[in-house]
Design a protein around this ligand. Sequence first.
Ligand code: FAD
Length: 478
Amino acid sequence: MDLNRRVYRLSPSQFSAETIAVTFAKTSRSPEPFDVIAAELNDEKSAEFSEKWIVGYGHSSVAEHAVLHLALENVSRLAIETIEANRLASYTEKSTRYQEWDPKAYVTPPEIVGSPYEGEYQALMDKLFAIYAEALQALRPWGEANTPRRENESEKAWSNRARVKSVDVARFLLPAAAMANVGLTINARALEYAIKKMLSSELEEVRLIGAEMKTVASQELPTLVKYADPIAFLPKLREKARDFANQIDTISGAPWCDLKAVDESAEDKVLAAVLYRFGDDSYQVCLDQVLNMSQDDKQDLVDAMFAAMTDFDVPIRELEYADLTFSLIMDQGAYFEFKRHRMMTQTVQDLTTRLGYALPKAVTEAGFEARYREAMQAAAVLYEKLAAWNPQVASYVVPNAYNRRVLCRANVRELFHFIKLRCAKNAHFSIQRVGRGMLEQMRPYFPLLSRKIQVKGDTSVQDLTAEYFSETAIIPEI
Ligand SMILES: Cc1cc2nc3c(=O)[nH]c(=O)nc-3n(C[C@H](O)[C@H](O)[C@H](O)COP(=O)(O)OP(=O)(O)OC[C@H]3O[C@@H](n4cnc5c(N)ncnc54)[C@H](O)[C@@H]3O)c2cc1C
């Protein structure tokens, strides 16, 4: 037996994803090196093993070693929400901040095709995309006027920055039906669940994409996604929960950024976990110690946690011992970025026009407000008409400007990352506002830690709102 250390790669160009997973699984019982195990396998033997051990005996974690890269093109942004609703996967998608949409780049959902609403749907899409194209033109001079030239900046670089500024605003007009491309990297265990969720969707487009993903994945993973079927309990749960939810009869006046739950002594608990990690006492003893520490000593400890940290360092894991729950309302454009923060627990409601729409100040300043309002009004009218027939399908017509309600739970480590990234100057102003709102709400509970979140400048939510928005929640009259 060779007892020398070896580190090497099992190449996906040599072995299928499923064979690699089975190779790793076999090390549990086999003394042979990995390359020897792999060489003895073929697709048939791998399938047999997967069926018996991974599927049959429930050793599902082994399927995590089989990784696929799936390319999805021309799917709606509404469908992307389900495609990206997996924590353990990686995504990169076409950006509404940097690219401009073709006038016909929208999905017509299968439910609409041949329905009495098809004509109105097409007419609204054409209108929204036409107004989007007009907005890009109308906002261009505004973008240029509001993009100061940098020292030694080339004409091309400046012009592109000015263009992006106008694209950032025009994106508010794009509906959820707008097409996008997304690259997905995912392991077979997560993929199986992702496909199950897609096959259980209330949207036919999502079910069809799920079925296609299953077919494509099966070429490389004949066994590991074979049993990906719709989730049987979901329809009943949806029905029951909607029954109860529909009995609620109040008009909500909740603020758009509302910290709903946080432990009063959350900051002390984080510090206690830090003492625990580097000490040898029980957690309770560490907590008692922190509760008895002076503010100066606590400050010292917090300073040590962040001293010499660069932009590329990751804060320590003990920040995860404090959780916060926020109830948020943000425009759909911001939500599309927010949802990418996979580590949070997020629950989002259907996309509707009922929470009103945001009006960026740039639209007003560019003299484009009337056309913008016309687009929003038309979308709301058709939304209500479709919602009476099929509320989920109705979401396709809702533009990015409309507000969405999201419940989210995140630990302080994740919030450090989210707030730092999304409050940066180059982040979109809508999500900057969300990040600032969350930071302002968490500050009283984390007086020491929240000061360590590296946010450039000290803009308040109020200032951001005044700087970028004429209004944030215009409710259309129908
Ligand atoms: C300037 C900028 C431009 C962007 N442009 C685009 C774009 O054009 N297209 C696009 O699709 N997205 C774009 N994004 C979104 C970006 O790709 C991320 O998906 C998003 O910011 C979520 O961040 P995250 O993955 O770091 O955070 P989270 O999902 O919140 O994860 C938190 C942290 O957990 C760790 N982590 C989570 N999952 C993994 C994993 N699978 N492997 C390793 N570590 C992990 C990382 O440390 C990560 O920072 C852009 C973001 C920024 C800031």
